[in-house]
Design a protein around this ligand. Structure first.
Ligand SMILES: Nc1nc2c([nH]c(=O)n2[C@H]2C[C@H](O)[C@@H](COP(=O)(O)OP(=O)(O)OP(=O)(O)O)O2)c(=O)[nH]1
Length: 335
């Protein structure tokens, strides 16, 4: 077997990449340590050396099958690549959620490696997999791991028991979980309100976003997937964006459609259709939705975002921001 094709994920200090056969010795050294093994459910102690080889091969098969992504966390020490730990996500049976796990070698503790690596993998997964939730558990006697999970945005979700090979039986654990809003953030950071003096203390700023349903000759609607790095990454939306100060919604759309899809649209071809008015946690979204059937140029994903031309009846199969739900129902009825 050979390592699977998976483009490494980078953070400021770390690289997450598939394990390699030659990582086995270092992996064995780091994980065959009671302080590490005792926190892991599926790791026996002592950890046999040949289990490292078997485990590495099994991670390749799981990545190739699209079932789990267990990656090496590597850093750099004196110009050399060094294995620091592992981080992984395993899909649930129904593929709607993924379970997060990680460990870091003892000599690398105290540098924030686990939250940096775990947050990176979670952001990748929410942007690229069709999951809505990330779950994790931490031993009740492992406050360090609980802090990592809180730091990346997961929230407590009760208590449970899990069998720990290293401890020889079931142990009490705290459960954590979070969805896109918890991990990739609220859709946008709230802009400062213009008139703070008059606004009540709990008022949310209103954010104006213009969006469009582009409809092709076959009656299909264009959806774009919010790319990794943006809040709500991985959800499908109508193309568009924030209306800048001094811009009309039509001008904002014409600009966004050129920037994101490389097409030219005239204001006359943007027909007002309906609007969304939705309270997010930190702002209130007001989003006019236009219909457009005519444009110049071929639609191209300028920012590398995934695009899909979707029949109106199939729109419900795409995970979209909560604000869009009523719009989808109206489009389905209209088109
Ligand atoms: N374009 C678009 N935005 C939507 C939809 N539904 C929905 O809730 N939104 C929200 C998500 C964001 O909070 C906001 C759009 O902001 P954005 O960050 O994508 O806007 P932008 O393209 O101007 O982004 P940026 O330049 O600031 O990165 O509207 C939708 O269907 N289309």
């Amino acid at each position: 077997m050979t390592p699977p094709d998976f483009a490494p994920l980078r953070t400021e200090r770390l690289v997450l990449r598939p394990l390699r056969a030659e990582d086995a010795a270092a992996l064995h050294r780091l994980v065959n340590d009671w302080e590490v093994a005792k926190t892991l459910a599926r790791v026996p102690f002592p950890y046999p050396r040949d289990l490292a080889d078997t485990w590495i091969a099994s991670t390749w098969a799981q990545i190739a099958a699209g079932e789990a992504w267990h990656l090496a966390i590597v850093g750099e020490e004196n110009g050399e690549e060094v294995l620091v730990g592992c981080v992984g996500l395993t899909l649930s049976r129904d593929r709607s959620a993924a379970e997060l796990g990680y460990w870091v070698g003892r000599r690398f503790w105290g540098h924030g490696v686990a939250p940096e690596a775990a947050a990176r993998l979670c952001r990748w997964a929410l942007a690229h997999l069709d999951i809505a939730t990330i779950r994790a558990s931490a031993l009740k006697d492992n406050p360090r791991s609980q802090a990592v999970l809180r730091r990346i945005g997961l929230r407590p979700a009760g208590e449970g028991r899990r069998t720990f090979l290293s401890r020889g039986g079931p142990m009490p654990v705290l459960l954590f979980e979070g969805g896109r809003e918890a991990i990739t953030g609220d859709p946008v950071p709230a802009p400062p309100p213009a008139e703070t003096a008059a606004a009540p203390a709990d008022a949310k700023p209103v954010l104006l976003v213009a969006a469009v349903a582009l409809v092709d000759a076959d009656g299909r609607v264009l959806l774009a997937r919010r790319p990794e790095g943006k809040p709500l990454a991985g959800l499908w939306e109508f193309p568009g964006g924030k209306v800048q100060p001094g811009e009309t919604p039509e001008a904002a759309l014409i600009r966004e459609l050129k920037e994101e899809l490389d097409i030219d649209v005239s204001a006359a071809c943007l027909a007002p259709f309906t609007f969304a008015s939705h309270g997010y946690e930190r702002f209130h979204l007001l989003m006019p939705l236009y219909l457009c059937r005519r444009w110049n140029g071929a639609v191209r994903a300028v920012e590398g975002q995934a695009l899909a031309w979707v029949r109106p009846q199939k729109l419900g199969a795409y995970a979209m921001p909560p604000a869009d739900k009523p719009l989808v129902a109206m489009l389905r009825d209209f088109l």
